[in-house]
Write a protein that binds this ligand. Structure first.
Ligand SMILES: [Zn+2]
Length: 305
């Protein structure tokens, strides 16, 4: 299990010993989701839960946030999975793999550029703006997101406030030397030509974590290091089926953070949370900000016509 003197690997995890030692002790034996649903059936955002969550947030200096597909779904971001998710006859699971890229980099690139165009039609929603408002309120925030759509960036979060656990569709990296770069603006993407590395001439690939790949070096460590000192951990719209992000949230809780889970459907995480708000991200986060006395700053909707 130990791969070198300085890092430890468990499956796709690679962590510094100190972080790993603490994470290892986080219990991951969660109750089945059916049991959670039964105990929480009918509960939504009760006023006492909003007040408790608002209090925790009001006094928090550092806030660790984990976001999943649920927050982007409110912007209309499609998941490209499941029934109807076919693109040119392929499922996502057949395109988002190293083998698919090796077989046809051209096809995989076309798929990602097509997805990127779909994403550009989807603006950030009130949930994204609420998280941005939280960081503008003077609190130290770090968002660890499972989403690759870049919507947290669109509201102004920079690299210092963002850990894109699964990468970002706006970026690419070199298959030979690993150099990262941004994709050119959508309108200027030349069709048909595969991008190559400016430094070494290697083939560039989308900077997105594919099925069967390990997390990039330093990504989980950075999130865990922040989570360790968080006063509040907000989990928004995760399915709780992707383990490392959920484990990061449980780790934050174990280290003293108040864990607030926001999800319209209860997950395995919901009954482990200190406060569970059964609602969509936008609705819950705006209520939370109001309860915490944090002003929501978001641009005025553009006038019709
Ligand atoms: Zn290169």
């Amino acid at each position: 299990m130990v791969t070198s003197s300085s890092t430890v690997a468990i499956g796709s995890w690679r962590l510094e010993p100190s972080v790993w030692f603490v994470l290892r002790s986080v219990c991951i034996e969660l109750e089945p989701v059916e049991a959670v649903g039964a105990t929480m059936n009918g509960d939504r955002m009760t006023p006492d839960r909003i007040a408790a969550a608002g209090n925790a947030l009001a006094s928090a200096k550092t806030v660790f946030v984990v976001t999943g597909a649920g927050i982007s779904a409110e912007s209309g971001i499609p998941t490209f999975r499941g029934a109807g998710g076919l693109w040119e006859g392929f499922r996502a699971e057949e395109l988002a793999t190293p083998a698919a890229f090796e077989a046809s980099p051209e096809r995989v690139w076309r798929w990602y550029l097509w997805r990127r165009e779909q994403y550009h039609a989807c603006p950030p929603n009130v949930g994204h703006w609420a998280l941005r408002s939280l960081s503008l309120s003077g609190r130290q925030c770090l968002i660890a997101t499972q989403n690759v759509d870049g919507l947290h960036r669109h509201v102004g979060h920079g690299d210092d406030e963002l850990v894109e656990l699964h990468g970002c569709i706006e970026k690419m990296h070199c298959t030979r030397c690993g150099r990262r770069a941004s994709l050119p603006p959508v309108a200027s993407s030349p069709p048909g030509e595969l991008p190559t590395c400016r430094e070494c001439g290697g083939l560039m690939r989308p900077h997105v974590l594919w099925f069967g790949e390990s997390y990039w070096d330093g990504v989980l460590e950075r999130a865990a290091a922040f989570a360790q000192h968080a006063d509040v951990c907000l989990v928004v719209g995760t399915s709780a089926q992707v383990w490392p992000p959920i484990q990061l949230a449980l780790f934050a809780q174990q280290q003293g953070a108040t864990l607030i889970d926001i999800n319209p459907e209860p997950t395995e995480l919901s009954n482990r949370a200190d406060i569970y708000l059964r609602a969509r991200g936008g609705e819950a986060l705006s209520a939370l900000l109001e309860a915490a006395g944090v002003p929501l700053s978001m641009p005025e909707p553009e006038a019709a016509g």
